[in-house]
Design a protein around this ligand. Structure first.
Ligand code: GSH
Length: 236
C-alpha cells in the first residue's frame, strides 16, 4: 500500500462496523489502486459537522486541501490524482458502461434491498442515530413505521433474487462482473452485499445461489479486506 494523506469519512454502526454500500465501493477502489487511507468513522448525526458542513452524505474523501463527496466523484478523483497506480477505469467508455451498472444497481436493486433491510439498518445504527434514521426514512415509506414497512419483507425476497439474475448470467461467463479481473462494477455490487451482511437478520440468498462463488472471491480480494467476523449470513 502506498502511503498517502487520504482520509475517508464513512458511516459507522453501533458495533463499529463500517457498513455503507457507497463507502465500500470506495474502500475497494482504494485497495484496487493500492492506496492506504485513514478511516474516520462518523454517525449519520455527525455528517452536518464534518468538513465544514458542506456534505449531506458520506463517504467524503479528503486529500491535502481537496475534499470530495459522492462515491462516483471520489473514484474519478482517485484515477485523476494517482495515474501511476492501477486504473479503476481504463477508458471513458468503460467508465460510462460501469456508470450504467451503478445506476441500475443503486436505483433498482439497492432500493429494493432498502425496503427489506430498513429496520435492520435502524437496529444496527448507533443509538444516537436511530431517532434521526427513523424520522428521515419513514417518509420514504409513505409515513408508515419501519416495522410496518418491513413486516411482509419475506414475501419480497423472490422478486429481489430475480432482480439479481443479470449478475448470475454475467458470472456464468466470467469470474468477475467486469471480466477476468475485478472492476468497479464488482465493487458497486460487493458494496451492497457488504452493507446487507453488516445489518441483516434475514438471509438474502438461497443456499444454492450461484452468486456464492463470486461473493467469496470478492470478499477475499486484496487480502480479505471484505471479511469481518461481525458479518451476518447472506445465505439461507
Ligand atoms: N450518491 C452518494 C450516496 C451516499 C449516501 O447515500 N450515503 C448515506 C449513507 S449509506 C448517507 O450518508 N446518508 C446521510 C443521511 O441520510 O443523512 C454516493 O454515492 O456517495
Amino acid at each position: 500500500m502506498a502511503a498517502t494523506d487520504l482520509t475517508l469519512y464513512e458511516l459507522v454502526l453501533a458495533n463499529g462496523r463500517l457498513a455503507s454500500p457507497y463507502a465500500w465501493r470506495v474502500r475497494y477502489a482504494l485497495a484496487h489502486k493500492g492506496l492506504a487511507f485513514q478511516s474516520v468513522p462518523v454517525k449519520f448525526t455527525d455528517i452536518p459537522s464534518i468538513c465544514g458542513g458542506s456534505f449531506k452524505t458520506v463517504p467524503v474523501l479528503t486529500h491535502g486541501d481537496a475534499t470530495v463527496g459522492d462515491s462516483w466523484d471520489i473514484v474519478l478523483y482517485l484515477d485523476r490524482t494517482f495515474p501511476g497506480h492501477p486504473a479503476i477505469f481504463s477508458s471513458p467508455a468503460e467508465a460510462a458502461a460501469v456508470r450504467l451498472t451503478d445506476e441500475w444497481f443503486s436505483r433498482v436493486v439497492q432500493r429494493k434491498l432498502f425496503g427489506i433491510y430498513a429496520l435492520d439498518v435502524h437496529d444496527a445504527a448507533c443509538a444516537d442515530d436511530r431517532p434521526y434514521f427513523r424520522k428521515s426514512r419513514e417518509p420514504r415509506f409513505q409515513g408508515v413505521s419501519l416495522e410496518a414497512a418491513t413486516a411482509d419483507r419475506v414475501s419480497r425476497l423472490p422478486a429481489l433474487r430475480e432482480a439479481l439474475e443479470p449478475l448470475r448470467v454475467q458470472l456464468a461467463r466470467h469470474p468477475y462482473l467486469g471480466g477476468n479481473t475485478p472492476t468497479y462494477a464488482d465493487y458497486v455490487v460487493l458494496g451492497a452485499f457488504q452493507w446487507v451482511a453488516s445489518v441483516s437478520t434475514l438471509p438474502l440468498l438461497a443456499h444454492d445461489d450461484p452468486l456464492r462463488a463470486w461473493l467469496d472471491r470478492g470478499f477475499d480480494l486484496y487480502g480479505g479486506v471484505g471479511r469481518d467476523s461481525r458479518m451476518k449470513p447472506l445465505f439461507e
